[in-house]
Write a protein that binds this ligand. Structure first.
Ligand code: GLN
Length: 191
């Protein structure tokens, strides 16, 4: 199992460390040639979605990444990564990969609640969640499964082989969300 982690900016090392601990092989996506190989999954980390979206295009990574996601290669986006995947961002004109059928709201918690930790359910099980200037999901389209709701806001979703969380599971000691993603990748490899 080989998972590419987008390493342009933001919290990517933490994803790599957890994926490696869970036995997945990883590689860094920094330029186009990095994804001109076979791979089984993609992680889009947290950071700054505008910067990452811009770099995706400037470095000419965008099309290859977009096609891989469209082809069904499992992708996991956290925080800014969720915004890269969102079909729409209701308080931002920018669209990035726009493959995930959700409307997201950027920096959605306002200044005071910009960053917080909580324990809430992901896919039915309590896990620690760290939010940092996080988005939430305003609405979901057909076929989008809701995996977490915190304070009546949707914060984790799945549509087919796309998984996205508004929080940062890579910044906690709980690997449940990464394990969930690895199961998605295993299913994909089997097919
Ligand atoms: N606020 C960032 C953005 O809009 C996301 C924050 C994060 O990834 N922790 O892109």
């Amino acid at each position: 199992m080989k998972i590419g982690v987008l390493c342009l900016q933001g919290a990517f090392i933490e994803h790599i460390n957890i994926l490696n601990k869970l036995g997945a092989e990883t590689f860094e996506i920094r330029q186009k040639k990095d994804i001109e190989q076979d791979f089984d999954g993609i992680v889009l980390p947290g950071g700054e979605s505008t910067t990452m979206g811009k770099l995706l295009r400037e470095l000419d990574i965008y099309d290859t990444l977009f096609e891989a996601i469209k082809k069904g290669v499992p992708v996991f986006g956290t925080c800014a990564g969720l915004l890269l995947l969102a079909k729409e961002i209701d308080n931002d004109d920018r669209r990035h990969l726009a493959t995930l059928n959700i409307v997201a709201k950027r920096n959605a918690y306002g200044r005071q609640l910009g960053s917080f930790n909580t324990i809430e359910k992901f896919n039915g099980k309590d896990i620690p969640m760290t939010f940092i200037r996080a988005p939430y999901v305003d609405s979901v389209g057909e076929n989008v499964e809701i995996l977490s709701v915190v304070d009546n806001k949707i914060v984790a979703v799945r549509e087919g082989n796309q998984l996205a969380t508004a929080f940062h599971p890579e910044l906690t000691d709980c690997y449940d969300v990464h394990k969930y993603f690895i199961e998605m990748v295993k299913e994909y490899i089997k097919k």
